[in-house]
Design a protein around this ligand. Structure first.
Ligand SMILES: Nc1nc2c(ncn2[C@@H]2O[C@H](COP(=O)(O)OP(=O)(O)OP(=O)(O)O)[C@@H](O)[C@H]2O)c(=O)[nH]1
Ligand SMILES: [Mg+2]
Length: 94
């Protein structure tokens, strides 16, 4: 259902990539993360802190961080960006 813009192979030389998903609450970040990991997306609840999953793709290990988007969590977003290779700003537009 979802696919990250994986032209990363040409962008990075490291075989391990840290990706952070950031966006407002209900944007669909956890749905995207679970889809990438081929997990059930029907039982998702709002993220209170963060979720992390490692997914193998295109010969790389993608460490994908899904950060909760609720207002009370937003002040902590910046602390997750350290050492990040790719930031995905996730929006859901009905
Ligand atoms: N129609 C539609 N609904 C979606 C899509 N992605 C997510 N949703 C729905 O939007 C709601 C919120 O999705 P989440 O994945 O929990 O959103 P989130 O960005 O992780 O939200 P927080 O954890 O609160 O930051 C869920 O009911 C999902 O089923 C999409 O692409 N299309
Ligand atoms: Mg979430």
């Amino acid at each position: 259902m979802f696919e990250l813009p994986l032209r990363l192979t040409s962008l990075v030389f490291d075989q391990e990539v840290r990706i952070v998903l950031l966006g407002l609450d209900n944007a669909g970040k956890t749905t995207l993360l679970k889809s990438l990991a081929s997990e059930d997306v029907n039982t998702i609840t709002p993220t209170q802190g963060f979720n992390i999953k490692s997914v193998a793709s295109h010969g790389m290990k993608l460490n994908v961080w899904d950060i909760g988007g609720q207002r009370k969590i937003r002040p902590f977003w910046k602390k997750y960006l350290e050492n990040t290779d790719l930031l995905v700003s996730h929006f859901y537009s009905p």
